[in-house]
Design a protein around this ligand. Structure first.
Ligand code: G3P
Ligand code: MG
Length: 258
C-alpha cells in the first residue's frame, strides 16, 4: 500500500512555472498539489541545488557546467526569465530552501538525485541524503514539541537513475526510503532493488506494460511512473496497479484524482 500522495507535480510545478524553483512549488499549491518531484545537483563547491540540466543554456542564462561553477556565481543568475516575463527575477532554489518550503507547506517530496557526472554520483547521493535527513530530524522534533505545527512529518522518497548515488544515500541516511529510477525496467531490477533496500521502482510510463507492472507489484514494491501528461493515460496505468506518478500538466490532472 502506497502511503503517499498518488499524483505529484513534476519538477515542482510542472510546466506552468519555471522548473525546480520556489515559484514552481507555489504554483503547485495554487493547483491543489501537496506533492512534488524535484531534481538535486551539486555545484562545484558542493552546494546542493534544485536543477535538472547539468549545464546552463536552457533554464539558466550563459554557458558552463553546473558542476564546474561555484554557488556564488550561480546564485546571481535568473532561473525564471526563460519561462516568461512573469517569472523574471526568480533565483535558483537551494535544497535547503526547497526542503523548508515543502516541509512548511505540507508538500510531500520525491527528491531525485541528479549527479551531473558519474564521478559525482557518490558525493551527490551522500550530501543530498544527509541534508534531507537533517532537515527531517528537525521537522520531527518541531512536531514533537508542537503537535499543531504545520511541519510535514512524512519522510520523502529519494530517487535516482544512479545506482551509485542511491547506494551512497543508503549509507548516509539509511532510514530515508529509496526508489530506483529506470527508463526501461532492466532484467535485474529485483536484484538492484534488493541491493538498495529500495521501497519502489520508478519508471517511464512509456515503457511499462501491465505484465511488468504486475511483476513489480507482486514482488512487494511500490511502482512510480514519470511523466504522465494525459488524463486518459493516467487512468490506464493506475488501472495496472501503479501507485503514483508525476505530471507536468497540473492544470489537466487533478491532484486528488486518485
Ligand atoms: O523522477 C522522475 C523524472 O523526473 C525523471 O526524469 O529527466 O524529468 O528528471 P527527469
Ligand atoms: Mg526528475
Amino acid at each position: 500500500m502506497w502511503p503517499y500522495p498518488k499524483v505529484l507535480a513534476h519538477r515542482g510545478g510542472g510546466t506552468l512555472a519555471p522548473e525546480n524553483t520556489l515559484a514552481g512549488f507555489r504554483t503547485g499549491l495554487q493547483f491543489g498539489y501537496r506533492a512534488a518531484e524535484f531534481d538535486v545537483m551539486l555545484t562545484r563547491d558542493e552546494m546542493p541545488i534544485l536543477m535538472h540540466d547539468p549545464q546552463r543554456g536552457r533554464t539558466l542564462p550563459g554557458v558552463g557546467q553546473i558542476a564546474e561553477t561555484d554557488w556564488a556565481q550561480l546564485c546571481e543568475l535568473d532561473a525564471g526569465a526563460w519561462h516568461g516575463p512573469s517569472f523574471v527575477g526568480e533565483r535558483i532554489c537551494t535544497l535547503e530552501q526547497g526542503l523548508d518550503f515543502c516541509i512548511g507547506n505540507g508538500i510531500w517530496m520525491n527528491v531525485e538525485i541528479k549527479p551531473g557526472a558519474s564521478a559525482q554520483a557518490v558525493r551527490t547521493g551522500e550530501l543530498t541524503a544527509l541534508a534531507v535527513g537533517r532537515r527531517f530530524t528537525a521537522a520531527l522534533e518541531a512536531l514533537r514539541d508542537d503537535p499543531a505545527s504545520p511541519q510535514a512529518a512524512v519522510l520523502p522518497v529519494l530517487s535516482s537513475f544512479s545506482f551509485d548515488a542511491l547506494m551512497a544515500a543508503k549509507e548516509a541516511a539509511p532510514d530515508l526510503p529509496r526508489g530506483f529510477l529506470v527508463d526501461m525496467i532492466p532484467d535485474d531490477w529485483q536484484a538492484r532493488l534488493q541491493q538498495l533496500q529500495a521501497v519502489a521502482l520508478h519508471t517511464s510510463h512509456k515503457n511499462l506494460t501491465p505484465q511488468l507492472a504486475r511483476q513489480v507489484k507482486d514482488a512487494g514494491y511500490a511502482l512510480f511512473c514519470y511523466t504522465v501528461n494525459d488524463a486518459a493515460r493516467a487512468v490506464e496505468i493506475m488501472g495496472w496497479g501503479v501507485d503514483a506518478f508525476c505530471t507536468d500538466r497540473i492544470d489537466l490532472i487533478r491532484a486528488d484524482a486518485y
